[in-house]
Design a protein around this ligand. Structure first.
Ligand SMILES: CC(=O)SCCNC(=O)CCNC(=O)[C@H](O)C(C)(C)COP(=O)(O)OP(=O)(O)OC[C@H]1O[C@@H](n2cnc3c(N)ncnc32)[C@H](O)[C@@H]1OP(=O)(O)O
Length: 553
């Protein structure tokens, strides 16, 4: 890792690298005829018998699909979408595990000029209802395992379901596989403008429900740049991003980014565990892996013997979602002979600060790295002044000097993060003298757990639905494995008493109603919550007390 330091990539370098007009012209072809994300991520690679997807089922069965296979499937998806009245600009939601149909659905949605909205398969009815509500999706595509949750969602749109053998088709649903088999694969792509949307994501807030993050086609520039410069993806790589495409890192960089570069991606349908991850790296010969630090910490916990099996196989590893501990970096070096680099980004804008595998700059263990060319990142004080090295402040993007920046506001919601010419990320950082960025923490109450961003308001709202709960405050507390875990402070209704059974009942309630990953792993029953004179819960006081308690322990 002894490379020449180039410090912070300067705006001039970025512009040179990404002269936006040239890039747009290259990427979009003739702007008069427009752009289509399906063409960028699939259509332009057909006719070459080129591999696009290695899909491992939960049972370990491997299916390999070429770009031509995906072109055929996505064309059939379009026939189905047209039949149900989906047209350009409409939203199609997908709640599917990592199976080939998911990629076909996404590509088909884009091909027809529509907008894809991911619904994480761990979501419960509450999380689904809110997202479908604000997106106005015209169709949800799901599988039998997830279909039941939609029965508890008010006014859900039409559903197309992927059935397993023996499953009955719910009344009114479309049988997805039957419809595709009967459909025509021919569908000309609908050209769009760079400012038109192709994804509708969501992000966790602190004072309200998640907000919609509209993603315009221009974001393809940034997604491709990340794959090339930060992941350092090469045509000879066997690439596996283990993040779920129900979230930004998975949708942007396990599907869109690699396919855009014409390089195959990998899906494993089963749940994550360290053993299967080692098995898959060995079996498929994975050379470039991406995932969250929690996943890497679980690989470490499996021990040196398990690692020895794949030592030297991985050319590079990339980490996102939470800060990467130097300990993991050393362990990867010693036991896997693989450089693992920390990357930083958000649903809004994707990755922006990285220890790039594909650029030559110094790598500083424990730092998030350097601004990606195409972004001018700054550290701001509360008054909006740019700060120098070793001064903590809010990480922000200088909008006018960041040609790759695409986020310009939440869907139908205020965006106070954009003001004065900057987009403020909400993360507290400081610049090191060499221009790398060190992460300090969140400036708000968003919880970072195992790479997921969890909004405390949503968890509190789910808890309050339970008859035992009068009031709840939810915070992230430090955890060695998952960075933070969700902890709930609960004021019980008069007839209830705190107990282990009730703790478990509340956890199960949140899992079922909101999401399987966002439940409180700790519950403390309290008689009151700290509040401001105006009655606002002071989560920061609870968090501070927990940090102190854990330090002491
Ligand atoms: C810029 C960015 O976007 S950064 C990256 C975005 N974030 C991510 O992609 C998340 C990264 N994290 C992960 O993938 C996982 O946390 C891992 C692989 C690191 C660790 O996985 P695990 O600890 O095994 O479980 P995970 O955190 O996914 O799930 C928590 C719970 O939800 C459940 N769950 C997770 N996914 C699902 C699902 N699809 N359906 C039902 N339940 C689920 C799990 O079973 C688990 O339940 P448990 O606590 O009772 O065992």
């Amino acid at each position: 890792m002894t490379r020449a330091s180039v410090g912070v990539p300067r705006y001039e370098d970025a512009v040179q690298r990404f002269r936006i007009e040239d890039e747009v012209a290259r990427l979009h072809g003739d702007l008069a005829t427009g752009i289509n994300a399906y063409v960028e991520c699939c259509g332009r690679y057909t006719g070459e018998n080129r591999l696009a997807l290695r899909a491992l089922s939960a049972a370990g069965e491997l299916r390999e699909l070429s770009f031509d296979d995906l072109a055929d499937m996505s064309g059939r998806v379009d026939t189905l979408l047209k039949d149900v009245g989906v047209g350009p600009g409409d939203v199609v939601a997908g709640m599917l595990p990592r199976i080939p149909e998911l990629v076909a659905l996404i590509l088909g949605t884009w091909r027809i000029g529509a907008v894809y909205q991911p619904l994480f398969t761990a979501f419960g009815p509450k999380a689904i209802e809110h997202r479908l509500g604000y997106s106005g999706a015209k169709l949800v595509v799901t599988n039998a395992a997830n279909r039941g949750k939609l029965d508890e969602v008010e006014n859900h749109p039409r559903v197309a379901t992927i059935l397993a053998a023996g499953d009955a088709l719910p009344e009114g649903d479309i049988d997805f596989r039957v419809a595709l088999a009967a459909a025509s694969p021919d569908c000309p792509p609908v050209m769009r403008k760079g400012s038109d949307l192709f994804m509708m994501m969501s992000t966790s807030g602190t004072t309200g429900h998640p907000k919609g993050v509209p993603v315009p086609l221009n974001a393809l520039l940034a997604f491709g740049a990340y794959m090339r410069d930060a992941i350092g993806l090469r045509p000879d790589d066997v690439f596996w991003n283990i993040a779920d495409p129900g979230w930004a890192y998975g949708l942007y960089y396990a599907i869109t980014g690699p396919l855009q570069l014409g390089i195959a991606t990998t899906f494993y349908e089963g749940a994550f565990n360290a053993k299967s991850t080692y098995d898959i790296v060995e079996r498929l010969g994975v050379t470039s892996i991406a995932g969250s630090p929690t996943a890497y910490r679980l690989l470490m916990a499996e021990g040196a013997e398990a690692a020895a099996r794949i030592k030297g196989r991985l050319r590079v590893a990339s980490s996102a979602g939470e800060p990467l501990n130097p300990e993991v970096i050393r362990w990867f070096d010693a036991h896997l002979s693989a450089p693992i680099h920390d990357h930083y980004g958000q649903t809004e804008n994707g990755m922006m600060v990285n220890n790039h595998h594909g650029l030559s700059h110094a790598v500083r263990p424990g730092s998030a790295g350097f601004a990606m060319p195409g972004y001018r990142m700054v550290v701001l004080d509360e008054a909006g002044n740019e700060l120098g090295p070793n001064q903590p402040g809010i990480l922000a993007v200088d909008i006018a000097k960041s040609p790759l920046l695409w986020f310009d506001g939440y869907h139908q919601a205020e965006t106070p993060a954009i003001s004065g010419g900057y987009y403020r990320t909400g993360d507290t950082v400081e610049y090191e003298p060499d221009g790398s960025v060190s992460f300090i923490g969140r400036a708000d109450d968003v919880i970072t757990s195992a790479g997921y961003r969890i909004g405390p308001f949503d968890v509190e709202s789910a808890l309050i639905e339970h008859p035992a709960v009068n009031e709840a405050a939810v915070v992230g507390v430090p955890d060695p494995q998952r960075t933070e875990i969700v902890k709930a402070f609960v004021v019980l209704a008069p007839t209830y008493k705190g107990s282990e059974d009730l703790t478990e009942e509340l956890a199960q309630h949140v899992k079922k109603r909101l999401s399987a990953h966002a439940y409180p792993r700790e519950v403390e029953f309290v008689t009151e919550l700290p509040k401001t004179p105006s009655g606002k819960i002071q989560r920061f006081l609870l968090r501070k007390a927990e940090v102190e308690k854990r330090k002491g322990g």
